[in-house]
Design a protein around this ligand. Structure first.
Ligand SMILES: Cc1cc2nc3c(=O)[nH]c(=O)nc-3n(C[C@H](O)[C@H](O)[C@H](O)COP(=O)(O)O)c2cc1C
Length: 408
């Protein structure tokens, strides 16, 4: 089982993640992690800070000569902004009182509820940790989980399907196509026309002092049947994915497969009928087949398969061998140049919430964070099923299982 904790404040000296449960013998390079950290920072509509920070991970334990040792992996990401904040964020009493005390909570943030809950009169003590800066750690942990999944042919893709009500219309693309297009798009959007409109809408939001949210989709390919279980509520794969995605800052809705649309249809239009093809027939291969929930299903491979994938690859809390498809809805960024009403916690007077530099839209980045948290859940359920202390041991277990499935 993978366990991890993150620590660190947005303007503190650094962020730290400690990850336990990664088997020995896994190749993990700082470059693998830095690649995803950089992907988290891009996206049309991001604020100034993304230009200041260039996140670089420093692995400080658990890896030797490029391979994991089975011991806890600790990772540190420096906050480049820290230099300017040393006194204000100092851990020493020597600097107490430095900087401006924040007493004006911003709507849509943890500011007011957090200040009341923790009995703090300086809202900085809340926002520093509640900030989405923390997700850099989750992306680092997710990148290690991805290294493990890659060993077993499991790949995770994210792309943006909607921003400010503008949706994509591209359909029937293979996961490889989606990955290729998303990686070269500033909004991780696979539909060029929609992307143009989305960018124009983000520009409009910027000019109007406003912000935008949207929806991203996660597709996981190469998942074997049997991850997760119906046997206990907290072991269900769909529940775990939903929890992981919902825990990302600003995520307000999660769907698996058809999601909310399934509530509007006849049962006969929702459930994915089961077919069987004898193992001897040609296998078209993962990447050649579209993954749309509505279209031909994920991968007509040998054995049991579906022609549709409305379930998004999960039935009864267990992966069913189809691609796993999840979507998450992100609310608009709450810090707005256009003033929102709030109340001073000292004077109780009404005021217009002040503005710090902020993103206008961060859905593309949220998708990369989504990949990370889903990777962690898939890796966890994978290790629960095939777990061992080394990659070789897991491989033996996994291969034995695949052989068993062939004859089922
Ligand atoms: C990648 C990412 C970037 C974000 N950037 C900002 C930002 O620049 N300004 C802001 O006010 N909120 C930003 N947020 C959203 C806030 O962190 C979030 O809305 C806030 O912490 C309150 O949490 P909640 O929306 O989950 O209730 C961002 C969220 C994510 C996932």
């Amino acid at each position: 089982m993978i366990r991890y904790l993150t620590a660190g404040e947005s303007h503190g000296s650094s962020l730290t993640a400690i990850l336990e449960g990664i088997p020995a013998g896994l190749s993990v390079k700082e470059d693998d992690i830095n690649f995803d950290l950089a992907r988290r920072q891009i996206g049309y509509g991001r604020g100034l800070r993304m230009g200041i920070e260039k996140d670089i991970v420093n692995i400080t334990s658990g890896v030797r000569w490029g391979k994991t040792m089975g011991s806890p992996i600790s990772m540190v990401i420096q906050n480049k902004d820290w230099e300017k904040w040393q006194a204000e964020m100092s851990i020493s009493t020597q600097h107490e009182g430095k900087g401006i005390r924040l007493n004006r909570p911003r709507p849509g943030h943890a500011d007011l509820a957090g200040a009341i809950k923790y009995n703090q009169r300086d809202i900085r003590n809340i926002l520093e940790r509640a900030s989405a800066r923390e997700t850099a750690c989750r992306v680092a942990v997710g990148a290690v989980a991805k290294c493990l999944l890659k060993e077993f042919g499991i790949k995770i893709i994210s792309h943006v399907t909607e921003i400010g009500g503008i949706g994509i219309s591209t359909q029937n693309l293979t996961p490889e196509d989606v990955y290729g297009r998303a990686e070269v798009s500033e909004l991780r959007c696979i539909d060029d026309n929609a992307e143009r409109e989305m960018k124009a809408k983000i520009d409009e939001a910027k000019v109007g002092g406003d912000s935008l949210g949207g929806v991203f989709e996660i597709v996981v390919t190469g998942v074997p049947v049997g991850l997760g279980t119906y046997a206990q509520w907290d072991k269900k794969l769909d529940g775990r994915i939903a929890y992981a995605l919902m825990s990302i800052q600003a995520i307000k809705g999660v769907e698996i497969g058809l999601g909310f649309e399934s509530a509007r249809r006849w049962g006969s239009q929702v459930h994915d009928e089961i077919y069987y093809k004898s193992p001897s027939r040609d296998d078209k291969g993962l990447s050649e087949v579209p993954f749309d929930t509505e279209a031909q299903g994920s991968k007509p491979k040998e054995g049991f398969y579906r022609k549709t994938n409305n379930a998004g690859g999960i039935e009864g809390g267990i992966s069913n061998g189809e691609h796993i498809i999840a979507r998450a809805a992100m609310k608009p960024i709450p810090t707005l140049p256009k003033p929102l009403k709030s109340v001073d916690i000292d004077t109780k007077e009404s005021f217009n919430a002040s503005v710090e530099r902020s993103d206008t839209c961060a859905v593309a980045a949220a998708g990369v964070i989504g990949e990370a948290v889903v990777a962690i859940e898939i890796a966890n359920t994978f290790l629960e099923k095939f777990g061992g202390d080394s990659v070789e041991e897991i491989r033996r277990n996994y291969e034995g299982y695949l052989n068993y499935i062939k004859n089922y």
